[in-house]
Every structure is written in C-alpha cells, then in structure tokens.
Design a protein around this ligand. Structure first.
Ligand SMILES: C[S@@+](CC[C@H](N)C(=O)[O-])C[C@H]1O[C@@H](n2cnc3c(N)ncnc32)[C@H](O)[C@@H]1O
Length: 238
C-alpha cells in the first residue's frame, strides 16, 4: 500500500511525497523492478503544478508495464488512437515529454524517439523505464525550453530532422512557445500539437500555427482521455 504525504515547500506550493516502496521483495503482481519504476514515477509528482497529476496513481501518464496497468491522468494509447499518422519506422521528438509516456506508447513502432523536459525527475523516470523495457532506440534528456538556446535541441537528434514533433499541452507553460513552434517547423514537416490553457489562449496558439504550417487538421476537439480536464484540442500540422 502506497502512502501519500503532502509536504509544504513554500506558500501554496506543496510536494506530494509518496512513501517509497521497499524493493527488497516482490509484492503480488509487482516485481522488484516494477516497484522501482513505480517509486520513480511517484517521485515525479509535485502538487503545485497541475501536470504532475499528484492525485493519480503514477502521475501524468498511464503505463502498462509487464502486463500491470499503472493509472495516470492521461492515457497515451487513447490520445494516439485516431491520429492519421503512421509511426512505423519513424523518428519522433517529444518536446515537454513529462514521464515519456507518449513515446513509450509507440516505442514498438518507431525507429527512434527523443523526449526532452526540464524536469529531471520526469526524465529519470522515463530513462529507468526505457532501460527496463529495453527500448534502447528511445532517449530522454533534460532541457529547459525557456532558459536554453533552442538550437541545442537539434544536437539531441540522431539526424538533423525528425519525421514528427510532438508539442502536446506545453504552450501555456512556456513564455517562448512561438519560438518552440518555429524550431519544430525547422526540424520536421509534421507537428502533432495539443493546445492548452484558456480558450482564447488555445485560439492564439492555433492562429500562430496557421502562420507557420499550410495545413492544420483538427483531430480531437476534446481531450476525452482525461476526465479531469477535457478542454484541450489535438491537431496534426504539416
Ligand atoms: C501538461 S504537461 C504535458 C506533458 C506531455 N507533453 C503530454 O502532453 O503528455 C507539460 C510538460 O511541459 C514541461 N515543461 C514545462 N515548462 C518547461 C520548460 N521550460 N522546458 C521544458 N519542459 C517544460 C513540464 O515538465 C511537463 O512535463
């Protein structure tokens, strides 16, 4: 049984501290390695930011590992369900990848996947899981979109271009989101984009996409995979 403790950091900022499970013995369906991964996923939770999904079992993304379902706020498999893009043998870059769940969900199809996020705990969890699953063609790196020169993103890629960039529910969190979209266009012909924030902010994001891409197809009008927040829109831009 996992115990959650809320620890105040400053002002309104709390950290969900989930008691670390002992990993000396397996427990029912949970192998020692799976317990380690759950520990690291839980360690990504920070209640001051909504995307850390403190109230969900393992944070932002749902995973199925070794046949065990770990429930998060968003379901990557459902989010990919109707994207008209064939990921087979493709290279993808996920900007603001969180725990790496989106790349993880298509790891058996893609030829290479790179995830970047500024939160080192998210990247640690993504890398531990990649290691466990043997997904050596996926890589996760710490990168702060607001503080670092965006051109360095190209240096994480195996080649200078990828087949698709994901920029999913990131723009409301970063000031320089327009620059991030411009960089995405420079390195890929396809962008899978999820708008987030208040309706007017999402409209602003999509208006900007229209200045950069010639075709923008609305894939989902709602983020139905997330019962707690359905007001995001998913687009394929090319
Ligand atoms: C709402 S989550 C979306 C996660 C993921 N893209 C998805 O849709 O499944 C926003 C993500 O943006 C990341 N993020 C926020 N500010 C960032 C920054 N300055 N640099 C890099 N990543 C950032 C957060 O750590 C978080 O993982």
């Amino acid at each position: 049984m996992i115990k959650k403790i809320l620890k105040r950091i400053k002002g309104n900022e709390y950290q969900v501290q989930v008691e670390r499970m002992s990993t000396t013995e397996p427990e029912g369906k949970l192998s020692i390695n799976l317990k380690k991964i759950i520990n690291l996923l839980n360690y990504t939770k920070r209640s001051s930011v909504s995307y850390s999904a403190g109230s969900f079992d393992v944070g932002y993304h749902s995973f199925t590992i070794d046949g065990v379902e770990l429930k998060g706020q968003r379901n990557p498999v459902e989010r990919f369900a109707n994207i008209p893009f064939d990921f087979t043998d493709k290279t993808v870059l996920d900007i603001g990848c969180n725990q790496g769940g989106m790349i993880n969900a298509i790891a058996n199809k893609i030829s290479s996947g790179i995830g970047i996020d500024y939160d080192s705990r998210m990247i640690n969890a993504a890398n531990r899981m990649k290691f466990h699953l043997g997904n050596h063609h996926t890589n996760f790196f710490v990168f702060d979109l607001e503080k670092e020169n965006l051109n360095y993103i190209k240096d994480f890629l195996p080649n200078n271009k990828v087949d698709a960039v994901f920029l999913l529910s990131v723009c409301m969190w970063v000031e320089n989101w327009k620059e991030v979209i411009k960089l995405s266009k420079e390195i890929s012909t396809h962008l899978i984009f999820e708008s987030n924030g208040k309706p007017e902010r999402q409209d602003e994001q999509v208006d900007f996409l229209k200045t950069i891409y010639s075709q923008i197809d609305l894939i989902n009008e709602k983020s139905e995979d997330d019962p707690s927040q359905k007001n995001r829109r998913l687009y394929l831009c090319k």
